[in-house]
Design a protein around this ligand. Structure first.
Ligand SMILES: *Cc1c(COP(=O)(O)O)cnc(C)c1O
Length: 378
């Protein structure tokens, strides 16, 4: 009908997706109960049922973030959208921001801050290392930033940054701290109130066991103060957190159409987190990571990050000399339906990245992967 020369695309059969075991840096596997929730019919984004669901999501997000912050909500978009929300709301043109860069995602925050007009300075470390409070203190004293940003779980390197000692340093100098918890929230301890974090954000497809699509974020009292004291409006309409609470709060004012299905998924994913219990979930992630690390060692493989700084949710493994890393990944996928990832940036070609996040973090998956690696590396 009516197509003047455009051949109609031939999609053939109905969509059929291959089964995969997702052990890469995200997306992780999704709990079948979450998939079921996503198949529910749509309601309107102002339907009383949906408004109630939004309240439930906010309440459960406060639990996973361990915070009482009123301004806690899922940004419509992936983890990067939450990152951009943090940066664009906290940084005005000309504001000083210190970004700690020891991997790909720290560098992404710095690039974003530049685009939003920030006066950006970076503190750098080799990929796989973490920052000491002393060097952060020194950099804060030298630069007096309004904002400091740091990644808790560097998915590109497999390093876990200790956070607790950093907020007092930043606050003593009158600054606020943004923490990227994309690969830590729901997998390793994140305690927003106890640690006194000002802005903390995440994504749904890593340790929360949901598909990609939402970026949970929370703003503490100091961050709210920064919002109130802004001199120029946030340059992004979509990510302006002075507008978002009008929809997520009492007023229920239309801002953009919430991705209904993604919110169903998050609600169900959070229900599962609550059911398991956060502490149990952290313990499960650590237990399965240790099982993986022991198994890798038994195969003669070496982890890129030293044990005390190793991230339970993502492990970087050094590719042994003489092994074609891409070939191993290809065979894992083709012969075992297991996805792992290669290195990024500085670590490209040098490591494999193995994620054990959310629903993917199970003894069974660890054993399947170790067994497959054993055969492939023989
Ligand atoms: C995955 C990730 C992001 C970006 O999230 P997307 O969902 O890919 O947009 C940001 N920070 C870290 C540490 C991540 O692992």
């Amino acid at each position: 009908m009516g197509d003047k020369g455009n051949p109609s695309p031939r999609l053939g059969e109905k969509l059929a997706v291959p089964k995969r075991i997702l052990l890469g840096p995200g997306p992780s596997q999704v709990d079948p109960q979450v998939l079921e929730a996503m198949a529910c019919p749509l309601v309107g984004h102002l339907d009383p049922f949906f408004l109630q669901l939004m309240d439930e999501i906010q309440e459960s997000l406060r639990y996973v973030f361990q915070t009482r912050n009123p301004l806690t909500l899922p940004v419509s978009g992936t983890g990067t959208a939450a990152m951009e929300t943090a940066v664009v709301n906290m940084v005005e043109p000309g504001d000083r921001i210190l970004v700690c860069v020891n991997g790909y995602f720290g560098s992404r925050i710095a690039q974003m801050a530049v685009r939003h007009g920030g006066d950006v300075r970076t503190l750098e470390r080799r990929w796989g290392e973490v920052f000491t409070p002393e060097e952060i203190q020194e950099a804060v004293q030298a630069f007096s930033p309004k904002v400091v940003a740091i990644v808790q779980a560097e998915t590109s390197t497999g390093a876990l940054q200790p956070i607790e000692d950093i907020p007092p340093i930043v606050h003593a100098a009158g600054g606020i701290l943004i923490v990227d918890a994309v690969t830590s929230l729901g997998g390793v301890p994140v305690r927003v109130d106890e640690w006194d974090l000002d802005v903390c954000y995440s994504g749904t497809q890593k340790c929360l066991g949901c598909p990609p699509g939402l970026g949970p974020i929370t703003f503490g009292p100091r961050a709210e103060q920064v919002l109130r004291q802004r001199k120029v409006p946030v340059s992004s309409f979509y990510f302006d957190v002075s507008l978002l609470p009008k929809y997520w709060g009492e007023e229920r004012l239309y801002h953009h159409t919430a991705p209904i299905t993604a919110n169903y998924a998050l609600r169900e994913g959070l229900r599962i987190v609550v059911e398991e219990g956060l502490e149990n979930r952290w313990r499960r992630h650590r237990r399965n990571a240790e099982r993986l690390w022991d198994g890798l060692e038994a195969l003669g493989l070496q982890c890129h990050v030293e044990k005390p700084n190793r991230l339970p949710t993502l492990t970087t493994v050094v590719v042994p000399p003489g092994v074609d890393e891409l070939q191993v990944r290809r065979r894992l996928l083709e012969e075992y339906a297991i996805e792992i990832a290669g290195g990024l940036g500085e670590l490209k070609g040098k490591v494999w990245r193995i994620g054990l996040m959310g629903y993917s973090s199970s003894e069974e998956n660890v054993d399947l992967l170790l067994e497959a690696l054993k055969k492939l590396l023989k």
